[in-house]
Design a protein around this ligand. Sequence first.
Ligand code: BDR
Ligand code: CA
Length: 300
Amino acid sequence: KRPIIIDTDPGIDDAVALAFALFSEELEVKLITTVAGNVSCPQVTENTLKLLTFFDKEVLVAKGANQPLVQPQIDASEIHGDSGLAGFEWKEYNRQLLTEVPAAIAIHQAIQQSSEPVTLLALAPLTNIALWLRLFEEDKEKIAELVIMGGATGRGNSGNFSEFNFHADPEAAEIVLNSQLPITLLPLEIGNKARLTSETIKQVKKAGKTGKMLSQLFEHYRGGDIVTGLSMYDSTTLVYLLAPHLVETTPCQMAIELAGQVTRGASSVTFIEESSCQLVTDIQVEEFQQWFLQQVSQCG
Ligand code: BDR
Ligand code: CA
């Protein structure tokens, strides 16, 4: 199994991505770190523990930054609800999974303990990953790949030109994108192209205990507007990891606007022949719907 560390801010689409990773036959989730994003860090940490308890999975959780590196936090509670995971009645959850060790240090420890190179999966503002890079640059050689949901090549979903994860902590995004790590970016456009159709959402509801829980969350995602379908941004990273034949990638450089008055957090993409970074530029939409349903049905 491929060792993986997930940095996340659940978040309804984060919940889907976590489910797919935790139930995958190919991935071994070594650590989950949490960061302020969709809602506050204490809240997304609680949400992560609730999800792990629901899935009956024991994975170490480490709490990370409750503020971006420079700017104040912007959240996405209007999309995910005040709790970040609106719509489901969560039961008691297992607090024992939470370590006292802060996220950046826990990432370092998990990497050092792994006998194999580790894949990092970033589903949230990149604050923790940037802090870890600043503290433990030497860990870079033990990273197989860094897969990020972030960035937009056209218009954004948080500010006119920026995608939420990069808009929420542009300095962190810039540090991470300059790290020379092997990076794969799943931008906003991929999640928008592969929106779950209302037909798929109906099927999700019937796909076991996890499907039922997710469909209840979906009813609250974006205030329940499913007419045009639902973008499951974070879960597109799992398509790249588990079903890469469904996506196309192109080498690129991505720079982040840090100074712009109205474009701060925007990502500027340049396609080049060779790069340590690649952008997912296309996804097979119908196959994605099938794949999505199959994944949900494997999640108990
Ligand atoms: C990203 O923003 C968050 O609201 C989602 O969880 C996802 O990580 C999409 O722009
Ligand atoms: Ca997220």
